[in-house]
Write a new protein. Structure first.
Length: 437
């Protein structure tokens, strides 16, 4: 593997792409530490120290922004508006016939959908920026901090609008940086920026576990977490690479004096077809009740019940609901992202068939049956991986943003595998051996 890295840097054009990608990553991390105009940087740092380890409802978004959210920097919103816009467009493609027609047009239609995603990203950035500024001004961002009302000293309209514009511009800049990596770097730009945002919080989270540990000055807990992380990485790599290959045979066709077809291929159905989307959906949905209670300030019975069952994250009802939501959204996302009828029609159109299965409707039913069968272990795997922070909360007294937990480890490993495959394909085009031998 080290030889493959050396060969990648010895290849001039690939070395330029790697260095360009690294430069964009450094610029991205630099922007995550530049505060928005109008924010008291000293008060924010003080509140960050007091709220260390208890980031509450904003922990997930803060993780995706690389810690920039709670610091109220120009990149505070991070990549989340783009992720949300992409998911919304994917769901709307199934519902709106116009978007579905654009998707079938190929490259031109996909470019149009990408443009719509950009517009929606900016609109969501304005909405989320407004909510974040309002939350910071009300003191809800750091509810336990004594200086929570002094984070934004000047509450004039001009200051508020300036902060919202800066955060929206930061999101647009992140989107542009991601597209630069896709076009001029090693590709997969948005995912790489998400990878950088999450990985940036790993050293601090690991050191916090060491500081909180009691055995051998915390080194035993630190080593146990590292071993747990390595085991989880191995498990995620194994499941993410696992796939069910449906064999497909294409019949021979005579056109003039030449015969076409007669080849054999397969349809790769991944065990985890939905990726990390179900975990994000379930986490976001479970944040809604706690947000309602937090902003309403109600002391009624229903508010106390939600606060005791859906805020800490270690209650059995919360764990069961979280797990069931992940399983549900795994099946839901697979159902809208993979259409067995469309695949069966395309196979029939080009003379393809699954051995032993008739073309047309029987093929669609068979694909749907196989997909449902392999989605069950995939959804259960996602649910178990997502519950790792809860186990860490009990065993290591860690916060809910455990470094090797659910969403973070899935994204880190998934993006890492995809990036390695892209570099490997470029190496193999130059007759070199890749990373995965």
């Amino acid at each position: 593997m080290l030889t493959a890295f050396a060969r990648a840097f010895k290849t001039p054009d690939l070395r330029k792409k790697l260095l360009f990608t690294l430069a964009i990553m450094v610029l991205f991390r630099l922007g995550a530490h530049i505060p928005v105009p109008g924010v008291s940087f000293e008060n924010v740092n003080q509140c960050m120290k007091e709220a260390e380890g208890s980031q509450g409802l904003f922990g997930l978004v803060n993780m995706f922004s690389g810690g920039a959210l709670l610091q109220l920097t120009i990149f505070a919103l991070g990549i989340m508006p783009y992720i949300t816009a992409s998911i919304i467009l994917q769901l709307l493609v199934v519902v709106i016939p116009r978007l579905e027609a654009l998707k079938k047009e190929g490259q031109a239609g996909q470019a149009k959908i990408t443009q719509y995603t950009r517009y929606l990203t900016v609109a969501l950035a304005v909405l989320q920026g407004t909510g974040l500024v309002a939350t910071a001004r009300s003191g809800t961002l750091f509810p336990q901090c004594q200086l929570r009302d002094e984070i934004i000293p000047n509450d004039s309209v001009f200051t508020t609008v300036t902060m919202i514009i800066c955060m929206t511009a930061g999101t647009a800049l992140i989107m542009w940086l991601g597209e630069l990596i896709t076009d001029r770097g090693i590709g997969n730009g948005m995912s790489i920026l998400m990878f950088v945002s999450i990985a940036a919080g790993f050293p601090g989270a690991l050191w916090a576990i060491k500081k909180q540990g009691k055995l051998a000055d915390g080194w035993i807990e630190f080593g146990a977490v590292i071993l747990c992380g390595l085991a989880m990485v191995a498990l995620v790599v194994f499941v993410e690479q696992a796939q069910r290959r449906i064999p497909v045979q294409y019949a021979k066709r005579m056109i003039g004096r030449r015969s076409y077809g007669g080849t054999s291929t397969y349809i790769p159905l991944k065990v985890n077809q939905a990726g990390v989307i179900p975990v994000i959906f379930a986490s976001s949905l479970l944040y809604i009740p706690a947000l309602i209670v937090q902003f309403s300030g109600s002391k009624a019975g229903w508010a106390n019940w939600i606060s005791s069952h859906f805020v800490t994250g270690d209650h059995p009802i919360y764990i069961a609901t979280y797990f069931l939501l992940i399983v549900f959204f795994a099946f839901f996302y697979v159902a809208i992202s993979f259409n067995p009828e469309e695949v069966a029609d395309n196979m029939k159109k080009y003379g393809g068939f699954i051995p032993g299965i008739r073309a047309g409707r029987p093929t669609a039913e068979y694909l749907s049956y196989v997909l449902n069968r392999i989605t069950w272990p995939g959804s259960l795997y996602l649910g178990l991986i997502a519950l790792v922070p809860t186990v860490a909360l009990v065993l290591f007294n860690a916060n809910q943003n455990f470094p090797f937990g659910g969403t973070s480890i899935l994204i880190i490993v998934g993006v890492g595998l995809e990036t390695v495959k892209q570099i490997e394909s470029q190496l193999q085009q130059r007759h070199y051996e890749g990373f995965l031998r």
